[in-house]
Design a protein. Structure first.
Length: 75
């Protein structure tokens, strides 16, 4: 499924934006859910907020994708 992206957007710029947004989500998951502690039960809220912010900031540039491999993206 191909999503529309910004007109005149270069592939390199979109790839860098996708890499940054994916890194944001992965780092959030590692910081909130990887280690078990008393606040781990709140991890889904933080991960959801991170995903929401990444989607809102990247949908105009990348069409809403959050990874570089087209077959396994969070859309």
């Amino acid at each position: 499924m191909r999503l529309p992206v910004e007109d005149g957007a270069s592939t390199n710029r979109n790839t860098v934006i996708e890499m940054f947004l994916t890194a944001q989500l992965v780092i959030t998951i590692f910081l909130l859910a990887a280690e078990k502690h008393k606040g781990t039960f709140l991890a889904p809220v933080g991960i959801g907020l991170s995903l929401f912010i990444a989607e809102l900031s990247g949908v105009y540039f990348t069409g809403g994708k959050l990874c570089i491999v087209d077959q396994h993206c969070i859309v």
